[in-house]
Design a protein around this ligand. Structure first.
Ligand SMILES: [Zn+2]
Length: 265
């Protein structure tokens, strides 16, 4: 663990706050770091579920399509395992709340998350795209409509769409499955307008999510990173705020709020 001396200084926080206030269209890209701070184990890296149990098959979507009944039976059996258990009890942390506050202040226009845990929504965030889906939702692979898990009957497997009778699948995007087009479209639209991206809790190495941040940078926009560790995206960032997102993001939101009050007075 990095020592506290490596954490973002007040001067760095203030510089980031100023940069955000000067930007015209701010979006955020978030990843596993935020979830980990809410007690959800990561997939990759030390202690990661895939590190422990092996990576899931790279053709998970094709396996689902080949035998959706069996895939649904497996899904129901897994409801209490090491991933699903923490998801059920996880609560948003101070990092999620800080980002929701930035949205509430009218400064954060859109959030792209790679997390499936629903915690940004639970924190009150409304303009967001869950690029890898949401574990609480079920999606029709024909018409793309999403349903809450509790609204879908599972007596007959696989369940079908109440609207179009298409095949239903968990909303979380499997390996080999295309990112749902509605989500991808929103990400493209908002990142095309953005001139600043807050990259929080992610090394931004997984595509297409990483591409949205880098594209903004290539167009002359700014990147502000909030992450416990240095990562591959650090070099591309204008300001790196080192530290837990649950610590750094609330400091950033508070600094922005103070600057705004000072300007108004
Ligand atoms: Zn449908």
């Amino acid at each position: 663990m990095p020592s506290s001396s490596q954490n973002a200084t007040d001067a760095e926080i203030l510089a980031a706050a100023r940069m955000i206030l000067e930007a015209h269209y701010v979006i955020a890209l978030t990843g596993a770091g935020l979830s980990v701070e809410s007690g959800i184990p990561p997939f990759r890296g030390p202690g990661g579920l895939w590190t422990k149990y092996g990576e899931p098959p790279m053709n998970g979507y094709q396996i689902f399509l080949a035998d959706p009944k069996k895939a649904w039976e497996d899904r129901i059996r897994r409801q209490n395992d090491e991933l699903w258990g923490p998801l059920k009890v996880a609560k948003p942390n101070a990092g999620h709340t800080a980002l929701a506050e930035l949205e509430e202040m009218g400064l954060l226009r859109f959030l792209i998350t790679q997390n499936v845990d629903d915690l940004h929504r639970q924190a009150g965030h409304s303009a967001l795209a869950e690029i890898h889906g949401n574990w609480k939702l079920i999606r029709c692979i024909e018409c793309g409509r999403r349903f809450r898990g509790e609204d879908i009957r599972l007596e007959v497997l696989p369940p079908t769409c109440p609207r179009c009778e298409g095949l239903l699948k968990g909303d979380t995007v499997a390996f080999g499955e295309p990112i749902p087009p509605d989500v991808l479209e929103q990400c493209v639209e908002h990142s095309a307008r953005a001139d600043l991206v807050i990259v929080a809790g992610t090394s931004a190495t997984v595509y297409p999510a990483a591409g949205f941040a880098l594209e903004v940078k290539q167009r002359g926009g700014k990147l502000i990173e909030a992450n416990l560790y240095e990562s591959e995206i650090t070099r591309a960032c204008d300001i790196s705020l080192r530290g837990a997102t649950g610590e750094v993001l609330p400091r950033l939101t508070a600094a922005i709020s103070d600057l705004r009050k000072a300007r108004l007075s």
